[in-house]
Design a protein around this ligand. Structure first.
Ligand code: TMP
Length: 215
């Protein structure tokens, strides 16, 4: 008899604009998946490893003008590269599930809007940094942009970070970019984030139910 084969874990990314309730939903999703007897790691981007958390401070802190769009896109790609290589890949290989608060689709949406960089450019950086790795499922939480903005402002006491502080038009373009990914890519699902938290969790679970079935 050979050694037992470890079944690779599943990788889920959670995306959406600011203030859509990602943290609450990620905690609920992780609790549910743990109940199904899988080991789950919750992580975030930019961040998740020591180096990537340092890049997070560099890229989200400081003035709006601190980084030009190309440098900003490279920094997000560098943070992701470290995160994938040191944390996400080893966890999946050892059979754990990984839920990441944001991943490549945030770069495609945020750095893709008004930066002069195309989706192909951003995916090229991702190919170099992280071998183009994609999640098994990407859940995009969507809420009316005005409601989401007021929730985010309340949460952050009106002290937005470099990216959050951009205009309402920017954030609505980001939302439209997320919608366009879901229209073209089956791994990407839009989830209505309005209403009670439990109802939102139920919608998310529907979108991952196939992943929970034995392979
Ligand atoms: P959050 O942790 O509150 O979601 O904030 C992270 C911010 O960074 C958010 O404004 C989205 C932005 N971001 C990008 O612009 N590009 C990226 O690739 C990622 C992961 C995040």
């Amino acid at each position: 008899m050979g050694a037992p084969v470890t079944v690779r874990g599943r990788f889920i990314s959670i995306e959406g604009g600011e203030g859509v309730g990602k943290s609450t939903q990620i905690a609920a999703l992780a609790a549910f998946i743990t109940q199904q007897r899988f080991e789950v790691i919750v992580t975030r981007e930019p961040g998740g490893t020591e180096g990537a958390e340092i890049i997070r401070q560099l890229v989200l802190g400081g003035s709006a003008e601190r980084w030009m769009p190309r440098a900003e896109a490279l920094l997000f790609a560098a943070a992701r590269s470290d995160h994938v290589e040191r944390l996400i890949e080893p966890a999946l290989a050892s059979g754990k599930w990984v839920i990441s608060d944001r991943f490549i689709d945030s770069s495609r949406a945020y750095q893709g809007v008004g930066s002069g960089l195309s989706d192909t450019d951003i995916m090229t950086l991702h190919q170099i940094g992280s071998r183009g790795m994609l999640p098994d499922r990407t859940l995009i939480l969507r809420l009316d942009t005005k409601e989401a903005a007021s929730r985010a402002a309340a949460r952050d006491q009106n002290q937005p970070d470099r990216i959050q502080g951009r205009t309402e038009i920017f954030h609505s373009d980001v939302d439209m970019a997320f919608v366009s990914f879901a229209e073209r890519e089956p791994r990407v699902r839009l989830v209505d984030a309005s209403g009670a938290a439990d109802a939102v969790t139920a919608r998310l679970l529907t979108e991952i139910s196939d992943l929970l079935e034995p392979a």
